[in-house]
Design a binder for this molecule. Structure first.
Ligand code: SF4
Length: 55
């Protein structure tokens, strides 16, 4: 990231990533169906299994 993002944006980018990890890309149960970047995500493409529908 440091090679593509100018230093003056590092703090803002970090804050965005932290909030993203706390609200969407949760460590145990990521909300991939609601994720705005899921089309770029290798995990979503190769590993993600949508939850079974509730009965
Ligand atoms: S699609 Fe990828 S980046 Fe988005 S929440 Fe799921 S694992 Fe995280």
């Amino acid at each position: 990231m440091k090679r593509v993002v100018p230093k003056r944006y590092w703090r803002d980018i970090n804050d965005i990533f932290v909030r993203f990890g706390q609200s969407i890309c949760l460590p145990r149960n990521p909300k991939c169906n609601a994720c705005p970047v899921n089309k770029y995500c290798v995990y979503y493409r190769n590993e993600y299994k949508p939850p079974a529908p509730k009965k």
